[in-house]
Design a protein around this ligand. Structure first.
Ligand code: ATR
Length: 280
């Protein structure tokens, strides 16, 4: 438990960052646990990232999350990166240690897998082939989590094939990199399809994919949460597929961050989810 006299500080560094729902979530947890503290959005352009991270300790921050576009750059700045984040190739969370050194980890993988398990009871990674669209940092966390959960075949489709191939080489056998043109056909026989690109996010065009080869029992997932229902998820729902958006991933990745910063593992309650949903 944190010392009762300590004012707890954490935040999220991003550019842009004001759209983030993380402050709302973390400040809900401070209130719920009766703790004095705050979680702030920190608008940090790339050229100020190193200075901002080094400023965490003198300012008394327990740590911070890092988001777009800092997840890979921050990994090079911190003093130590754990094996999970090293394997994923990006960090999502920085922990300030008592000596002022910075430790980087990645909670996106946990957040994604936890949210699937919570929202889709009985879900299994080995139920059938999984199609993952996109090969950026988000995709790496999702693919790593799915492979660790026992996925036997992950069809990884990306506009830039070489990025998908790099993941396939690094993560090994379940990952099969496929060219962008094959995204429609790759859905045949899949048990799950996940969009990890930014397509469909507010201000972005919809993900360009035809769903006619996707079986009706397949689960369609998106890691985007603004809007809650992307055009991709709306199309899947309309043809009878189960869907899940990226809000559960966001909420669940906050739990291990709190554990690392404050020694408490907070709950993702229906009340928290409803509160955040109301603002989207
Ligand atoms: P993040 O770390 O948030 O995942 P990223 O590394 O920039 O962000 O990855 C973004 C993903 O969205 C990539 O897979 C990217 O495809 P490329 O590797 O070809 O760049 C994908 N993406 C972005 N814009 C796209 C578009 N217009 N059409 C298809 N894919 C797109």
């Amino acid at each position: 438990m944190p010392h009762p006299d300590r004012f707890l500080l954490a935040g999220v560094m991003g550019w842009p960052v004001m759209h983030s729902r993380s402050p709302m979530m973390h400040n809900y947890w401070f209130k719920q646990h009766g703790l004095a503290g705050t979680y702030v959005p920190l608008a940090i352009p790339p050229e100020r990232l190193a200075g901002a991270l080094r400023g965490l300790h003198p300012l008394g921050f327990a740590g911070c999350n890092v988001t777009i576009p800092h997840k890979q750059q921050a990994m090079k700045i911190v003093d130590e990166v754990d094996t999970l984040a090293t394997a994923i190739g990006a960090i999502s969370c920085v922990v300030v240690r008592s000596d002022g050194s910075l430790a980087g980890t990645n909670n996106d993988c946990y957040g994604f897998i936890q949210s699937v398990k919570a929202e889709q009871p009985g879900w299994r990674a080995d139920a059938g082939p999984i199609v993952v669209i996109g090969a950026g940092g988000g995709s790496r966390a999702v693919c790593y989590g799915l492979a660790r959960e026992g996925a036997k075949e992950i069809r990884l489709v990306n506009r830039t094939l070489v990025r998908a191939q790099e993941i396939a080489v690094q993560f090994g056998s379940p990952i099969k990199a496929l060219p962008w043109e094959q995204r429609h056909d790759a859905l045949e026989g899949a048990a799950m399809v996940v969009n990890t690109t930014s397509m469909g996010m507010v201000g972005q065009p919809a993900l360009d994919i035809r769903l006619d080869k996707l079986g009706k029992s397949a689960l369609a997932a998106d890691i985007v949460y603004i809007p809650l229902e992307t055009p991709f998820l709306a199309a899947a729902r309309k043809r009878g597929n189960r869907t899940m958006n990226g809000l559960g991933m966001l909420l669940n990745q906050g739990r291990p961050a709190w554990k690392a910063w404050f020694g408490i593992e907070p709950e993702v309650t229906p009340e928290l989810r409803a509160m955040v949903e109301k603002t989207i």
